[in-house]
Design a protein around this ligand. Structure first.
Ligand SMILES: Nc1ncnc2c1ncn2[C@@H]1O[C@H](COP(=O)(O)OP(=O)(O)O)[C@@H](O)[C@H]1O
Ligand SMILES: N[C@@H](CCOP(=O)(O)O)C(=O)O
Length: 307
């Protein structure tokens, strides 16, 4: 017999995230102060999905909606499906731009289900953060965005067999992430398809050193960010799919501004600091049609409260 759920609702706020940060492919993530808000309620029957904001015209409003699929997966883990669900999404994270929109939808879904199953069990409900992270990673396919979105701040994620693990780190207070968001989406699946099965040992070794340096740079010494954000494992392989962004990274870096492709692209993320170039100066580098978004680091991750 399935688990019995009381009719109830939960609101979840989830942050955007930037994965990789240059050398930390599938490992490093940074939660950003740009949020999707969702409300999931248990009702007597059926499924109703309402979406406003980003993706409203594109995402499905049936069982194939990503957040519904994630919530269903979590309800399965929790002992069964509720009689009916009502979902309302207010989306602000652009889709398919490398800012972790799919991770945010998945994290929102698993956290919402977890809280609906047992609102009193803890801030994120019946499932532990470890369980939420592993389930979200199974659904997303890689742990970096979901770790940052779930836990907030900077995260280092890794896999122990099928289970995802992550630790948080606190980026320096004067870190200012600035996103250059292009108009055209690029699917993460397509961008992952451009990566080779094997890479030269020297490139892997170079990235290991830079990724380690990057955690030091972000937490302790922003002045070494330019060296710390160098990548040889993914950006060049994907450049043909995002030539304008690849060129922008090159131009910013040539001007000593640490810049990387955010996630699988094609957003470019500049990691500046209080005494770095102003947003106006950065905007001067933006190709036509690119939105320049000065952001903050999010330190909370997924936050749920009963509705
Ligand atoms: N809030 C959301 N609700 C429903 N589906 C979503 C949502 N966010 C993302 N998606 C799905 O994920 C796709 C984008 O995922 P992906 O290619 O991984 O890019 P991103 O870098 O934005 O995560 C969208 O086209 C959509 O199908
Ligand atoms: N490590 C992943 C990150 C994908 O991030 P997204 O925001 O584009 O979904 C990759 O580089 O493929």
């Amino acid at each position: 017999m399935g688990r019995a759920y009381r009719p109830s609702g939960v609101r979840v706020r989830v942050p955007a995230s930037s994965a990789n940060l240059g050398p930390g492919f599938d490992a490093l993530g940074l939660a950003l102060g740009l949020y999707d808000d969702v409300e999931l309620s248990i009702v007597s029957d059926g499924l109703l999905v309402e979406v406003t904001g980003e993706g409203a015209r594109d995402v499905p409003t049936d069982e194939s909606h990503l957040l519904v699929r994630a919530a269903r997966a979590a309800f399965d883990r929790l002992g069964g499906q509720p009689a009916g669900l009502r979902l309302s999404c207010t989306n602000r994270i652009p889709h398919g731009r490398g800012l972790g929109s799919s991770a945010a939808a998945i994290v929102a879904g698993v956290v919402a289900a977890s809280v609906l199953a047992d609102p009193d069990a803890g801030p994120r409900g019946a499932l532990s953060d470890d369980e939420l992270l592993s389930l979200a990673t199974e659904l997303e396919g890689h742990p970096d965005n979901v770790a940052a979105c779930l836990l907030g701040a900077g995260t280092i994620a890794w896999m122990e067999g099928p289970k995802a693990q992550a630790v948080r780190f606190h980026p320096a207070a004067d870190l200012v992430p600035v996103a250059f968001v292009p108009t055209q989406p690029l699917s993460t699946e397509v961008a992952r398809g451009l990566l080779p099965a094997r890479v030269p040992h020297a490139d892997a070794a170079a990235n290991a050193g830079r990724a380690a340096l990057l955690v030091h740079a972000l937490t302790t010494d922003l002045s070494v960010l330019l060296a710390a954000t160098e990548d040889r494992l993914h950006q060049a392989y994907r450049a043909a799919a995002m030539p304008v962004s690849a060129m922008l990274v090159e131009k910013l870096r040539a001007a000593d501004i640490p810049a990387v492709i955010s996630g699988a692209g094609a957003t470019v993320l500049a990691l500046t600091s209080g005494d770095g170039p102003s947003v106006e100066v950065l905007a001067g580098y933006a190709p036509a049609g690119t939105a320049v978004l000065p952001l903050t680091v999010d330190y909370c991750g997924a936050v749920a409260r009963p509705s």
